[in-house]
Design a protein around this ligand. Structure first.
Ligand code: ADP
Ligand code: MG
Length: 481
């Protein structure tokens, strides 16, 4: 008990409407990225909760319409995962001051699912804007996160293939467990959650009688603690140990949390013994996860460990094309290339930038061109600009043309050495803010006129020599990527 309390000190504050709202918005921010968040969600507030309806205040009609059509579904789904009593979301235009929720609403809140078995786990009916609407739908699953919407490229092909295998095996008439567990890992925003939801959707569609539980490790912990507190640990165990497929997202969260790990370990073993599939995700590989008990670590590595690598330019471009198509938007290829080129951190950020362009186009009726995109995403593109150093340029160029690094500063004038040196000077001028004399100094103390000459020469050659033009394009990309 003592540890439980320590693991979850904020329980009381966290279950107020504000606490729930905070988490809903926090989660949504994670999902849609900083840019879309700042554009749309930063200026909205929870006004009140009354009779199962959560009223969200926005500063203007524009916001109201956009939020109602783009985010209300998701807000409701996330909210219902927190609190089943919320049945509807209504989005209104109102001054931004935050009203405190009515006492009646607060009292309502107190009752949430204390005596029930773990809520919002697997497939539960209804998560539309209006939850009275029939059509049972798994709650807590993002409808966009399907295999159909997942773009496959080199960096994620193994993880994708493994996830598909698991999804198909779990949906087969005779249950099979290809590898147990499937452990997916990679940095933020690379598609781990997307793949897990895709597995769940696939099983739901093809074998809806199978019991699937998808939840974050954090939620697992909270439910476990709640079960401890309300002495319903038997229900808790029952609930988890009767599933066909258990997926736990972001297990790094339970590192250092011993009693949760212990329970998770037992659940894990019980499921493996019964030949039930488990899928786990984390930000690191089992061997790199810190604060994990040794036996836990080794268990996690038993099955297939598949990592999602950082995206490549090609994958980013593919994702953008697919998202633009899904949104039914025509966006010039040049614009997509710009985004794929410059926003390299993760897919979430990339989507955020695209959403912002699309929003702008729809709201202001402005056409997307390379110029308008650059202007609209000015802040984002600027902060993404990497600071390239002359040293780095020299190193990359030498590597690319297969000459020694020392040739960058040497006095040798043979074309084999002079040309790469000129390219490096040209790139130094283009990609850094250094002056010509500064660049000259970095190239073995050459005069600024030599640098100027090199820049002009390469500019000419770029127009007449397509191979050189390609070399430069490639170097630019790798240096900035
Ligand atoms: P993670 O869980 O690894 O942090 P997510 O699965 O939440 O990342 O992905 C972040 C966003 O990027 C989601 O909107 C997801 O749909 C999108 N995304 C990531 N990878 C791909 C992909 N290969 N194809 C399409 N969308 C992707
Ligand atoms: Mg995730």
């Amino acid at each position: 008990m003592a540890e439980a309390a320590q693991e979850n000190p904020g329980e009381t504050a966290a279950s107020t409407p504000e606490g729930q709202w905070g988490r809903v918005i926090g989660q949504l921010k994670q999902e849609i990225g900083d840019v879309a968040y700042r554009s749309w969600l930063a200026s909205i507030n929870l006004q009140r909760i009354e009779g199962g309806e959560a009223v969200i205040a926005t500063p203007a009609r524009l916001y109201r319409d956009w939020i109602a059509s783009h985010y209300a579904d998701r807000i409701l789904a996330l909210w219902r995962a927190e609190n089943r009593q919320v049945k509807r979301i209504s989005v209104v235009v109102a001054p931004t001051t935050r009203e405190s929720p009515s006492p009646a609403a607060a009292a309502d809140e107190g009752r949430i699912e204390l005596s029930q078995p773990p809520p919002a786990l697997g497939f539960e009916p209804a998560s539309g804007v209006d939850s009275d609407e029939e059509r049972p739908q798994p709650s807590g699953l993002d409808p966009r996160f399907t295999f159909e919407n997942f773009v496959v490229g080199k960096p994620n092909e193994l993880a994708h293939a493994a996830a598909r295998r698991v999804a198909e095996a779990c949906s087969a008439p005779v249950r099979m467990v290809p590898f147990n567990p499937l452990f997916l890992y990679g940095g933020v925003g690379l598609g781990k959650t997307h793949l897990m939801h895709a597995i769940a959707w696939h099983v739901h569609k093809n074998a809806c009688a199978r019991k699937v539980i998808y939840l974050s490790a954090e939620k697992f912990m909270h439910q476990f603690i709640r079960a401890l507190r309300f002495k319903s640990t038997m229900d808790f165990k029952e609930e988890f140990r009767s599933v066909d497929l258990l997926m736990v997202d972001d297990v790094q969260f339970i590192s250092g949390k011993e009693s949760t790990q212990e329970e998770f370990f037992h659940t894990f073993n019980a499921l493996v013994d019964q030949n039930r599939q488990i899928v786990i995700s984390a930000d690191k590989s089992p061997s790199d996860l810190e604060g994990l008990e040794e036996r836990m670590r080794s268990r996690l590595g038993w099955g297939l460990v598949a990592d999602l690598h950082p995206t490549t330019y090609e994958l980013r471009l593919g994702i953008l094309q697919s998202k633009a198509e899904q949104a039914n938007m025509h966006i010039p290829r040049k614009v997509l290339e710009l985004l794929a080129h410059r926003i390299t951190s993760n897919v979430r950020e990339l989507e955020g930038a695209l959403n912002r362009l699309v929003a702008n186009m729809q709201l202001v009726g402005r056409e997307i061109t390379l110029e308008s995109a650059q202007e609209e995403l000015h802040d984002l593109l600027r902060t993404r600009e990497r600071r390239v150093t002359i040293d780095e340029i020299q190193r990359r160029v030498a590597e690319h043309f297969n000459v020694r690094f020392a040739e960058m500063t040497s006095a040798r004038r043979a074309r084999t050495f002079a040309r790469p040196r000129q390219v490096a000077m040209y790139l130094s001028k283009q990609l850094t803010s250094r002056s010509l004399p500064e660049i000259g100094r970095k190239f073995g103390g050459r005069d600024h006129t030599t640098v100027m000459h090199a820049v002009r020469r390469i500019e000419e050659l770029k127009n007449s020599d397509p191979i050189l033009a390609e070399d430069i394009e490639l170097l630019c990309r790798t240096l900035q990527g």
